[in-house]
Design a protein around this ligand. Sequence first.
Ligand SMILES: [Ca+2]
Length: 384
Amino acid sequence: MHLTLRIRPLRVLLAVAAVVVTAFLFRGQLLRLFMRPEPPPEQNWGISLDDTRPGEVTSIATGLDVPWSLAFLPEGGLLVTERLGRLVHIVDGERRAEVTVPGVWQGGESGLMGLALHPRFRENAWIYLAFTTEGSSGPENRLIRYRWTGTGLADARAIVDGIPAAMFHDGGQVAFGPDGYLYLTTGDATQGHLAQDRTSLAGKILRLTDDGGIPPDNPFGTRVYSWGHRNPQGLAWDDRGGLWSTEHGRSGARRTGLDELNLIEPGSNYGWPLIEGDATRAGSETPVLHSGPDYTWAPAGAAYLDGSVFFGGLRGEALYEARLSDDAAPTLRAHFYGDFGRIRATIVGPDGMLYFTTSNRDGRGLVRSGDDRIVRVDPRVFRK
Ligand SMILES: [Ca+2]
């Protein structure tokens, strides 16, 4: 009796240890099992790489590590953020400079995220970086402005700090609008109620002057432009000045779907966490388009081009195109499913080409040779 009492806990301990070791050894495969992409619904299928000719879809840079955001420099070349905390200067596919951004704290989905150049970058060389850092009371998200020296960063100035941060739902997209103001998306930092708290900077789209001030026509006299967001990460303006934003829905290891494409109106509440999908509620907006309850886009960066909002799909592993229409809901197509894996940043270059980045090295994807990469697409391939 005495002996069995001693042996049993040991057996249990060994069994638990075996499970833990196995789970650790096969963590990539386990994660892949839970996070594996579902093919898009058949009616939404777009083009694939096989439908294109040589030169129409080209990798212009490879060997990146979770590129999150990119911007083209006026003198040529581009700047890319890597989530771990590096700003990379790429010219003709080569890494010309690599700058470690001071103070970046990276865990889960947080880290170095959005990047935007000032509209008068040629004169002031101002660059805005959104990232997670260790604040006085734990991690927080910040937007910092620097001067790009050509080889590094100087003159750091805080534009916004104290944004709630977490391992998940950190927003982090930054862009200048056609009105010359600066827009920043923030996630709910896994505290849904903060999205409904207009005094919190979490779960919002913020609108700021280029030095962090409040534009005189902001809807509440604060930095808040829209609220009730879970984790918006795409910002794109159409040719009439309408602001479109993609937002991650309830996606997770066991819950899927209800990712959103919203048309953002100043002062509007986008409903999280009170409503999802087609649900309605007085004073809240329902999305223009959502992914449905069973299918996940996990939408990241967004760009507007020729009547469509294009956005990267992480878990959906596709480049989505929402074709806008004046008198009907946008139609959705999923391009390149199965060709590149997870797709994150999506922008239009100064040459009118569409560029996107892969995000297969973020621990949730299948790493392919050359990952992560920046891909250039001649948008005429979508109109064949
Ligand atoms: Ca919503």
